[in-house]
Design a protein around this ligand. Structure first.
Ligand code: XIL
Length: 391
């Protein structure tokens, strides 16, 4: 389907227009220039349309699963989107429904209550379409409800955590592929011992909140795969390096305590403008995790185009390349069992709100475009599955 209409020359001409107008070449322009130069035609096999087979079918051939995080309101109101989800995905998770609090549909509207409508609806959709279902997430500093601060204290924090995990994990016992038990507990910038993030749970319960959460989840659903999930593990930059090291240390500490934890979730919110990607460093990190006996899931994959040029075709090619380069490395590691994108279509991506472009153009971080059509990013993911070694 894709034809070589877009040559390296056209990239250079596109950029030339900027410099020919006499603009000063800033660091940002230079970065764009380098990215564009890197998109040699020869590198772009990954954007050719590889045929109609869905991502879940291609993944399955390699004993992998592919899926997406989806919002209940979007899935239930958009039939075409729902069809695309069913076509491409073999695993699903709620982007919102299982967090303590996300407006307008919190799971924990009050300290006593639980509202499972969104999560139940999605689980039912997943089962109807023969998909697996993930839970995200039991402990996350960002999704705490407005009532949390004035209600949860040193005396009752443990019982709040217990009740939450027993109720939520217990409800879906036996129906969940994997749970993101603890999300984003590491932040070296906070400069706390062990690289831990400063969070209310840490302040209330000390570092053992992590071990406790996993034990509670395991008791409530002994068969579910339990995952520690984090971001900022992907690039050859100082904070990512510090995070990778702190995560390895955390996994080692948990393992030596006998904590029931089975996998690392790598969010992989990638950046289309980041040039410090070092395949060997990522590979080594994945191998270290695997050597400790953990499985690995890529849990929230997307590629921000915030800093990329406006031109849609250039943007889409850069994004596709980022997907392909990343997945090529990641899928070589046999411990990696799943690839999950954060949304499936650009029509519904958190990045429109969280990382909007300065030019106001809609962002294009996902495999399907605004109309649900497959983009270069979709092709790139498909190629990565096709070329991956089987598990
Ligand atoms: C985001 C959702 O996409 C937003 O809609 C929500 O308001 C905030 O959270 N890391 C995570 C996800 O683990 O839960 C976040 O999801 C994105 C970053």
């Amino acid at each position: 389907m894709y034809q070589k209409i877009f040559t390296r020359r056209k990239f250079l001409l596109g950029l030339g227009a900027v410099t020919a107008m006499g603009a000063v070449v800033t660091g940002k322009d230079e970065l764009k220039r380098q990215q564009i130069l890197a998109l040699d035609d020869a590198d772009c096999e990954c954007i050719k349309y590889p045929g109609d087979e869905s991502l879940k079918q291609r993944a399955a051939k390699k004993k992998l699963i592919f899926g997406a995080a989806i919002r209940y309101d979007q899935l239930s109101s958009d039939t075409e989107y729902a069809q695309n989800i069913a076509k491409e995905c073999s695993i699903l998770l709620p982007e919102w429904g299982l967090k303590w609090h996300v407006n307008p549909k919190p799971l924990r509207p009050t300290p006593e209550s639980f509202d499972f409508t969104a999560a139940d609806w999605m689980l039912n959709f997943a089962r109807t379409h023969d998909m697996q279902f993930r839970g995200h997430t039991l402990v996350w500093h960002e999704s705490l409800p407005p009532w949390f601060e004035n209600t949860v204290n040193h005396q009752n924090a443990k019982s709040f955590l217990e009740k939450h995990i027993q109720t939520v994990v217990g409800r879906y016992r036996g129906k969940i592929h994997s749970w993101d038990v603890v999300n984003e507990a590491i932040e070296p910038r906070d400069q706390l011992p062990n690289g831990l993030r400063k969070t209310p749970w840490l302040e209330l319960l000390g570092e053992d909140y992590i071990d406790l959460a996993f034990r509670l989840a395991h008791e409530a659903d002994p068969k579910a795969m339990l995952v520690y999930n984090d971001y900022g593990l992907d690039y050859d930059i100082a904070n990512d390096e510090a995070k990778r090291n702190a995560v390895i240390q955390l996994l080692k500490r948990l393992k030596s305590k006998g904590t029931p934890i089975h996998a690392l979730g790598i969010q992989a919110h990638l950046n289309g403008s980041e040039t410090n990607f070092n395949p060997q460093k990522l590979k080594d990190f994945l191998a270290q995790v695997a050597d400790l006996g953990f499985k690995i899931l890529i849990t929230e994959l997307d590629v921000t185009d915030k800093e990329l040029p406006h031109d849609i075709e250039i943007r889409d090619r850069i994004i596709a390349k980022v997907y392909n380069n990343y997945l090529k490395v990641v899928l070589e590691e046999p411990a990696v069992i799943a690839v999950i994108t954060w949304g499936l279509s650009d029509k519904y991506t958190w990045l429109n709100e969280f990382k909007p472009r300065e030019d106001g153009a809609p962002v294009r971080p996902l495999p399907l475009d605004l109309n649900g059509k497959r983009k270069f990013a979709w092709n790139a993911i498909a190629h990565a599955f096709d070329n991956a070694p089987t598990r």
